[in-house]
Design a binder for this molecule. Structure first.
Ligand SMILES: Nc1ncnc2c1ncn2[C@@H]1O[C@H](COP(=O)(O)OP(=O)(O)OP(=O)(O)O)[C@@H](O)[C@H]1O
Ligand SMILES: [Mg+2]
Length: 269
């Protein structure tokens, strides 16, 4: 079989491992007068987990939200610089933001299932994006999304029950299933385990590692252990600046910057 060219793979929405999926160049974010993110440039590689770490208020969520234009929804927020997905400017005026958010999905800190059944939570995105041709099709998408989120076995007999009735860890995996259901290419996760107990956290971490095969993942975390366990590359932010970015192992064993060293050894933050 001929090896598909990178251009072809990117065209088909599937970049090769190691290539840049999302690129940020000189990105600044202002909330009114506050300069919250300062000249951040960062390449996010396909089929890798990139961890964003740093003390509270350093701009991790702000940066994450730039990547699928969630900052558009914050009054007074202004973003400058260039962010591309597969080489295309995501802030281009002709771009359909709803479509963009289907390609770059998001999972939040607090599990936030809709007040709907487990089935309807997962079916929601495919329905609004018209992804299923028939009800059998829709069911197939829901089941496979729940399977990929590692939740199906636990909920298969109660798909019509409310999603809000699940445990916290199950709700978070339901939210991941909901994000997966629209076949995103990139999944953004903002502290997805901070409301979960250690067992539920371990499950979600295991899932993140599996998902990387098919998706590109960016995760914000306050846990160094988590960043070390799940990510291939780590970006350390401080006061709105990207201080250091590199292979996770290098960042945690041999950081180049004093600030990074101070943070990962727990001297501040
Ligand atoms: N909607 C907003 N309006 C005004 N300022 C904001 C807004 N959101 C964030 N900020 C400010 O921008 C800076 C970066 O905030 P951000 O939420 O990105 O930090 P963070 O690294 O995610 O912190 P945490 O770890 O506490 O979640 C902070 O100083 C914060 O107060
Ligand atoms: Mg945050």
């Amino acid at each position: 079989m001929p090896i598909a060219s990178e251009a072809f793979l990117q065209q088909s929405g599937r970049a090769m491992t190691g290539t840049s999926k999302v690129t940020a160049k000189d990105v600044n974010v202002y909330y009114g007068d506050k300069h919250a993110l300062k000249a951040v440039s960062l390449d996010i590689r396909a089929n890798e987990v990139t961890a964003l770490i740093g003390p509270s208020g350093c701009g991790k969520s702000t940066f994450l939200r730039c990547l699928n234009r969630m900052n558009d929804l914050i009054e007074g927020a202004r973003v400058t610089g260039l962010i591309t997905l597969d080489g295309d400017d995501i802030y281009d005026y002709s771009l359909d933001v709803v479509q963009l958010r289907a390609r770059i999905g998001m999972v939040f800190q607090k599990p936030n299932p809709f007040p709907k059944s487990i089935f309807d939570n997962v079916a929601y995105g495919p329905r609004i994006h018209g992804l299923a041709q028939s009800s059998a099709d829709l069911e197939e998408i829901v089941v496979s999304s729940l399977q990929r989120a590692g939740l199906y076995e636990e909920v298969k007999d109660r798909l019509s029950e409310p999603g809000t009735g699940l445990s916290g860890g199950q709700q978070q995996r339901l939210c991941i299933a909901r994000a997966i259901a629209v076949s995103p290419e990139v999944i953004l996760m903002d502290e997805p385990c901070s409301a979960l107990d250690p067992i539920a956290t371990a499950k979600v971490e295991e899932l993140i590692d599996e998902l990387r095969e098919n998706y590109t993942i960016v995760i914000v975390t306050h846990s160094m252990q988590q960043a070390a366990r799940v990510s291939q590359r780590t970006a350390f932010f401080h006061l709105g600046e990207l201080v250091e970015f590199g292979d996770t192992e290098q960042i945690f064993t041999n950081p180049q910057q004093k600030l990074t060293q101070g943070y990962i050894t727990g001297r501040f933050g």
